[in-house]
Design a protein around this ligand. Structure first.
Ligand SMILES: Nc1nc2c(c(=O)[nH]1)N[C@H]1C(S)=C(S)[C@@H](COP(=O)(O)O)O[C@H]1N2
Ligand SMILES: [Mo]
Length: 399
């Protein structure tokens, strides 16, 4: 016994007390559980969440505009970029969040559990912060992967409101952690002078952070292929190849799924323009094709993260409104042959309805539209989410 004491300091002997004791905050000695790692990851997550939140609000208000918002149709490609960023930032956040939770979980054993009122607020806000973040990243990811069954709620609305709660909790968290973060990120942070080995060996701080950031980068690179064409070949994890689908163009909901195949091919199909107009119209497809045709190159940017651009040819909505004698400045309800389904109709606000590139398209890249792309005619318009580019249109109602 005497000899072993001479070998230098020994680790403290934990005395078996007869019951299982929880670990203590101090038992986690790895440099990865220190504040600098948490601060770097927190900062990166803050950026991802800010981008996701701002772009998420864009997408939500475009789809469900409050009465005081009239979304402009320009710049035409804005929604495509905004939604691409939304999905990319959310994807990048997945490894960052997992790493951050792993880095900070020893705090669960910090004592005392509550120091004062401010500490209590900070601790309680972790429940919506962690729960909300996991919910947002999980539901967003499975939505992109088109795996809807674990969501017994309406994704868009739930994702939106949980985002508000999470961002509220994040603001509290940033307020509570601002000074710790500033200290941890400063060049004089005490963590910088500690080598990994000094704290029990294992992975060092830099290698750990590099691994986490690289995982984010790889995940983003393998999913943005569905939006950024030059990266398509990397799109291993992207559920949609932008080239898949009839006419080299992806499809979210096919004509069979929407149960419109017969109605779409029926020669009795007519486009009806009515509502607040002087002269209601009823047009066959050949009558539409005989009207002035206009060409526009516009993307379909699906909320689920894929987008693809095409050249569309068809009739300007505003020409049809003029022909029917609609009062200028009216909103228009665009209705399809679909009887059920969330996206069977959409509304054009007065700016969108008047835009010269807002078309009822008859052709895609110079060919008659495939029935999966909305034959006989579909709506296509600048700066408009894919879900609002209604296919199999049969009715324009001037509101
Ligand atoms: N009537 C109708 N139109 C619709 C949909 C739908 O379900 N029903 N889906 C929308 C969605 S979510 C997208 S992304 C685009 C996709 O168009 P595409 O299938 O031609 O690529 O169509 C939109 N138009
Ligand atoms: Mo979509």
């Amino acid at each position: 016994m005497g000899r072993s004491r001479d070998r230098g300091p020994r680790p403290p002997v934990s005395r078996w007390s007869g019951r299982l004791a929880p670990p203590r905050r101090e038992s986690f000695t790895s440099v990865l559980h220190r504040e600098r790692v948490a601060a770097v990851l927190g900062l990166a997550l803050g950026v991802c969440f800010a981008v996701s939140f701002a772009t998420g609000l864009v997408s939500y208000t475009l789809q469900r505009p409050p009465s005081w918002v009239t979304w402009p149709p320009r710049p035409a490609g804005f929604y495509r970029i905004s939604q691409g960023l939304h999905v990319a930032a959310g994807t990048a956040a997945v490894p960052l969040l997992l790493a951050k939770l792993w880095s900070v979980y020893p705090h669960l054993w910090g004592r005392p559990v509550v120091r004062d009122a401010a500490h209590l607020v900070e601790r309680v806000s972790l429940v919506p912060l962690v729960g909300g973040s996991l919910f947002l990243l999980f539901t967003g990811t499975i939505n992109v992967a088109r795996w809807y069954s674990p969501m017994p709620f309406f994704f868009t609305v739930a994702h939106h409101w949980v985002a508000w709660i999470t961002i509220g909790a994040l603001v509290v968290h940033i307020g509570a952690k601002a000074s710790v973060t500033r200290r941890a990120l400063s060049p004089r942070s005490p963590d910088l002078t500690l080598a990994g080995e000094a704290l029990g060996g294992g992975l060092g701080r830099r290698s750990f952070l590099a691994t986490v950031f690289a995982s984010s980068a790889v995940l983003v690179a393998t999913t943005v292929g569905q939006t950024v064409r030059p990266l398509r070949r990397l799109g291993l994890l992207a559920p949609r190849d932008p080239d898949l689908g009839p006419q080299g163009f992806p499809v979210n909901r096919s004509a069979v799924e929407a149960a419109v195949v017969d109605a779409a091919r029926d020669p009795g199909w007519r486009l009806v323009v009515d509502g607040r107009v002087e002269r209601p119209l009823q047009l066959t497809r050949s009558e539409l094709a005989a009207l002035a045709q206009h060409r526009a190159t516009l993307p379909i940017a699906c909320v689920e993260g894929w987008s693809a651009s095409a050249t569309w040819t068809g009739v300007r909505v505003r020409d049809l409104l003029d022909a029917a004698g609609a009062a200028p400045g009216a909103d228009v309800l665009v209705d399809s042959l679909e009887r059920a389904g969330l996206y069977r109709r959409s509304t054009l606000n007065r700016l969108q309805a008047a835009d010269p590139d807002t078309l009822l398209a008859l052709q895609l890249d110079g060919e008659v539209l495939d029935v999966d792309h909305g034959y006989p005619v579909r709506l296509i318009a600048p700066n408009r989410p894919g879900v609002l580019c209604t296919k199999w249109v049969t009715h324009l109602e001037v509101l």
